[in-house]
Write a protein that binds this ligand. Structure first.
Ligand SMILES: Cc1ncc(COP(=O)(O)O)c(C=O)c1O
Length: 432
């Protein structure tokens, strides 16, 4: 479920009016619902309860401290990809000992930091990286817990830019070489403790088949590595897709139980029903690394209409949020429902592009969309933008980063202040 709905004609996050938040904190403004995040965590956790498991939330999806704190308070672990993400987790009250560290290019200082903090495991993506971690652990007089990321060469059937488990992708080590790599590190890397095996085939998967294909392919390898090297865990990564199309209508309480729902063929129960029986016989701890599923539908980007412009080929609604605030539409052809904060009274619509102020043709939030009549000063909400929204935002065109608010019932907390112009140039110097 999610917690964005119209109450007496005004769009609310839980019990808080998005228009009031926009008046108070300005726009563009990211608003997150803590109830939605908790609900998603609880549902996934419940669906997996037959397994000894740990949900390691993928911090990259939304790394606001307050969001991480919600996950930590639910007992979640974290999947991190940088020293910066580890720093955030620790600051947010998360445990380093529940963190897995992924990514193809970890640096010396990041590895040292993670070893000092005592993370759960490094998910290593190459032999060179494994040897590098071994060397650094030796220097620090430690043994580094490691898992190897396997690239199973399975097509996740998602957007090419978020497919990660095919052999032409940069991620992981080829399936056929995994046994040899474990044997080599066991023989030659005394400062590594072989702890697990990991995979992640892609993001925004909307059917269960690629998960099943990948797990079915990798499970025999996991079993063999458990026997040969005493593996403790298997991580099957993240990737659970969410509803983007008309997600406002999909927010009802029974959303996840509606099997075969066309807009969301992959329900959490269908996912669990498919993968749990394959994983249970392994007798290992199973890790899950959902990012988008936890926070995607828990966030909305509120923006203000600046101008309307009629062109000879298209009409444009120009708003104060741009691709620097939400890059998904232009980067991944991401589709987000855009809806006015004040519920339209008529059913009249007209087609327009919703575009931002950035000087790029690719700066759009929605294209060829049937929108209700809007006027200057109206607030629009770009839904399902809690994942890969703010965390991918930039200062392009020297635009300050948006503010973020976390709602909890009737309460709304400003969890990130809007950047100021001074913030924009912090750390810069004239060459004198
Ligand atoms: C290693 C790893 N795990 C988990 C995730 C989270 O993916 P999602 O947000 O689709 O669940 C990612 C995303 O890129 C990833 O690279």
């Amino acid at each position: 479920m999610h917690s964005f709905r119209y109450v007496q004609g005004r769009l609310h996050a839980e019990s808080v009016d998005l228009g009031h938040l926009a008046e108070k904190h300005g726009t563009p403004l990211y608003v997150y619902s803590s109830a939605t995040i908790r609900d998603h965590f609880t549902r996934l956790d419940g669906a997996l309860d037959r397994l000894d498991h740990l949900i390691c939330y993928a911090v990259k999806a939304n790394s606001n401290l307050a969001v991480l704190n919600v996950i930590a308070s639910m007992g979640g672990g974290f999947d991190i990809v940088s020293g910066g993400e580890l720093f955030r987790v620790v600051r947010a009250g998360g445990k380093a000992s529940n963190c897995t560290f992924a990514g193809v290019g970890k640096t010396r200082s990041e590895i040292e930091y993670a070893l000092r903090e005592g993370i759960y495991c490094f998910n290593a993506e190459s032999e060179a990286e494994l040897r590098f971690i071994n060397e650094i652990a030796g220097e620090l007089g430690k043994r580094a817990p490691v898992a190897v990321r396997v690239n199973p060469n399975v097509d996740a059937k998602t957007h090419a830019k978020i497919t990660t488990g095919k052999k032409e992708n940069k991620f992981g080590i080829d399936f056929d070489r995994i046994a040899e790599v474990y044997a080599t590190i066991a023989a030659e890397c005394p400062h590594l403790e072989i702890k697990g095996l990991q995979m992640h085939i892609g993001s925004q998967l909307t059917s269960v088949e690629p998960f099943v294909e990948a797990v079915t392919k990798v499970v025999p390898l996991v079993r063999q590595m458990k026997e040969d090297h005493g593996l403790k865990f298997f991580s099957i990564g993240g990737g659970l897709g969410i509803v983007y199309k008309n997600s406002l209508d999909s927010g009802s309480a029974d959303w996840w139980s509606r099997e075969g729902n066309e807009s969301h063929p992959l329900t959490i129960q269908a996912y669990a029903d498919a993968v749990v029986p394959l994983l249970e016989p392994l007798g290992l701890r199973i890790l899950f690394e959902p990012g988008r599923f936890m926070v995607g539908n828990a966030g909305a980007l509120v923006t203000k209409v600046l101008f309307e412009k009629k062109g000879s080929a298209k009409d444009f609604v120009i708003v104060d949020a741009g691709m620097n605030d939400l890059i998904r539409p232009t980067l991944y052809e991401g589709w987000h429902q855009v809806t006015p904060v004040e519920k339209p009274v008529s059913t009249e619509t007209h087609k327009a592009d919703v575009v931002g102020p950035i000087c790029e043709t690719g700066d759009f939030l929605a294209q060829d969309r049937d929108l209700p009549p809007v006027k200057e000063g109206d607030y629009l909400a770009v839904l399902s933008s809690g994942a890969y929204g703010f965390s991918m935002a930039s200062n392009y065109n020297s635009r300050p980063l948006a503010a973020e608010v976390l709602v909890d019932g009737k309460e709304a907390h400003l969890v990130r202040e809007r950047q100021t112009l001074d913030d924009l140039i912090r750390g810069e110097h004239l060459p004198i």
